[in-house]
Design a protein around this ligand. Structure first.
Ligand SMILES: [Zn+2]
Length: 104
């Protein structure tokens, strides 16, 4: 699990971001304090090339999420700083949904 915390731009409270994918395939989170819905793509990194993708496993102590669109499949990678999980998906929406399920 990757904990995403932020200051809500609407109510200025420090809150946890629980990412969901809305009906437009857009990643969103709902502020638990004020209820505002925020569109947000800042919580994962887009991997551009294979060299970067291969480096991810060696980055230790960084909790992060990555999406690598190879053009054939979409690979989701989650690291919590110790372990790494990886899965392949047929499209970006399924990949984002899987990545979002790892946020608390
Ligand atoms: Zn708020």
């Amino acid at each position: 699990m990757v904990r995403l915390a932020t200051v809500c731009p609407d109510c200025d409270k420090f809150v946890g971001k629980k990412i969901q994918i809305d009906s437009q395939d857009e990643p969103i989170w709902v502020c638990p304090e004020c209820g505002t819905v925020h569109q947000d793509r800042s919580w994962y990194k887009e991997v551009k090339d294979k060299a970067t993708y291969e480096r991810i496993g060696s980055i230790k102590r960084v909790a992060a999420m990555y999406l690598f669109d190879t053009g054939i499949e979409v690979i989701g990678i989650v690291t919590d700083g110790v372990d790494k999980w990886e899965e392949e998906f047929p499209d970006r929406t399924e990949c984002l949904t899987w990545l979002a399920s790892h946020t608390v």
